[in-house]
Ligand binder design. Structure first.
Ligand SMILES: Nc1ncnc2c1ncn2[C@@H]1O[C@H](COP(=O)(O)OP(=O)(O)OP(=O)(O)O)[C@@H](O)[C@H]1O
Ligand SMILES: [Mg+2]
Length: 109
């Protein structure tokens, strides 16, 4: 477990959630226990959502829809989760103008 990098991932998911919501909205973080020693961390927002056709691109380095975005946050998050935590990160669900949930999947001891 690389705690500082893991923290960075969660912070970046929260920053994206804030960016997606404009002036008001709700962020929820849920920690769930799955079968086979799996732990899920779901970060949900009530923001603008990701168009279906773009979901496949969000982890690509350089993909951004923001004026001042680098498109690096999710690409790095994916590397950190896969390389340092042997986990997975993906878009669990997203609906336009309803919101988005990103899931981080980890193995617990
Ligand atoms: N919670 C979200 N709701 C809606 N769209 C999102 C969300 N998270 C990511 N995205 C989309 O995915 C793109 C890529 O996100 P990513 O964090 O990699 O880059 P960025 O936020 O644009 O720039 P930065 O490098 O500063 O993080 C965003 O520009 C946005 O279009
Ligand atoms: Mg970002």
């Amino acid at each position: 477990m690389h705690a500082p990098l893991f923290e960075w991932v969660i912070e970046n998911l929260c920053k994206n959630a804030v960016d997606a919501m404009g002036s008001s909205g709700t962020i929820a973080i849920k920690i769930l226990r799955g079968s086979d020693h799996k732990v899920f961390i779901d970060i949900s927002d009530t923001g603008k959502g990701i168009p279906k056709a773009l979901i496949a691109n969000v982890f690509r380095p350089g993909f951004t829809t923001k004026k001042r975005g680098w498109g690096l946050g999710l690409a790095l998050a994916k590397r950190i989760i896969e390389m340092y935590h042997e986990g997975k990160i993906y878009v669990k669900s997203s609906d336009e103008n309803q919101g988005t949930t990103f899931r981080v999947e980890l193995k617990s001891a």
